[in-house]
Design a protein around this ligand. Sequence first.
Ligand SMILES: C[S@@+](CC[C@H](N)C(=O)[O-])C[C@H]1O[C@@H](n2cnc3c(N)ncnc32)[C@H](O)[C@@H]1O
Length: 375
Amino acid sequence: MVRSVQHEMLATPDHDEAARQQFVVAVKQHLNRSLRPANRRAFDEQAAPAWEREHGRPPENRREIREAMLANRHYRTWSTLARSAQELMWDSLADTLARERPRLEATAHRIMADPPRGGSLNLDPAFEVPRGMAKVEVHLQPGGYALDLGPDDVLAGAYYESGGNLYAFGQGIGRRDSKAAHVQGFLRDRYPDLELRRILDMGCSAGSATVPYALEFPEAEVHGIDVGAGMLRYAHARAEALGARVRFHQMDVAATHFPDGHFDLIVSHNMMHEVSDRTRRGAMRESFRLLRPGGVCIHQDVPLRFEGLDEFRKFDLSWDALYNNEPFWEVYATADLRSDLEAAGFPPEEVHTGHLPQRQGSLPWYVGTARKPVA
Ligand SMILES: C[S@@+](CC[C@H](N)C(=O)[O-])C[C@H]1O[C@@H](n2cnc3c(N)ncnc32)[C@H](O)[C@@H]1O
């Protein structure tokens, strides 16, 4: 099923480019769904016995399992192919984006000069991109999230959305029916009385989760913040092209410039696994400061959590940290979100952490959520 959101800012592949991109999706699906599960058998039947012969005991933790698996031919082949497929994915977009770049820049330029929905873009020339984001090409995205090539540049956003569409195995980065809709369902169930006048999306990237808030709550003022100017220009033009009024700002989630008590709802979607402990805790403190009494924060992310998993599964999930430029993958997998929210000031009885119920075809997203007390 292809459910990529269609809009004027989306780069459109020609026939040959689309064929190449579909090929990459098929390779990634095969590697992930067929070959990756066989790593477990390679461990049980080959790597673990070999390691035990050498050390006189079985490997006991994910580091020893990694050592054992790095000597295993099946695992090395899978791992090399998985890395190559990820590189191939970005390569397969290069021609499309090079060809489409002038059109995307011209479209963004036109929209930014006179945004039809009345949204805005607030870039900060003095902003210093946090080092972790400036230096790392997260999951190998060319130039990284913070790439900025000049006043009309939108390449980081274009790469993020087109790459995300392929990364999600061709299923799209979402509009109404994915992460944001899931969190909105949770919001309605858990906080049905919450009045929404101002909403903030932290770490909004290309705005794939921000736009659904603006469409679902058209009376509310919706803000999105992120670090990269190229990403934010794209997000702004994309939101306008989708008929959504959003105010985008270049700000650090751990040190925003909004006044105290400014928001009724603060959300983040897949932001926490991209940041350090320090930044995540800073974002939780900002959530407490920026919420009005009675306001709610919901921080959603991938179900990459180590609690309750066996050591092999932890090893398996750590692949992205080592080979896919996800430096904070394990930091998030072992983070204690409840402690972070309580340390930020939320009372324990107002904090909830756990998996959201899965809907058909969806991931069991993980959330940390809290309400600021009224008195
Ligand atoms: C995986 S993306 C988030 C995806 C997006 N929310 C969505 O649903 O598509 C993580 C984002 O967090 C942003 N980010 C990382 N550190 C940040 C910081 N300190 N302040 C603001 N944004 C940050 C990155 O630039 C990146 O765009």
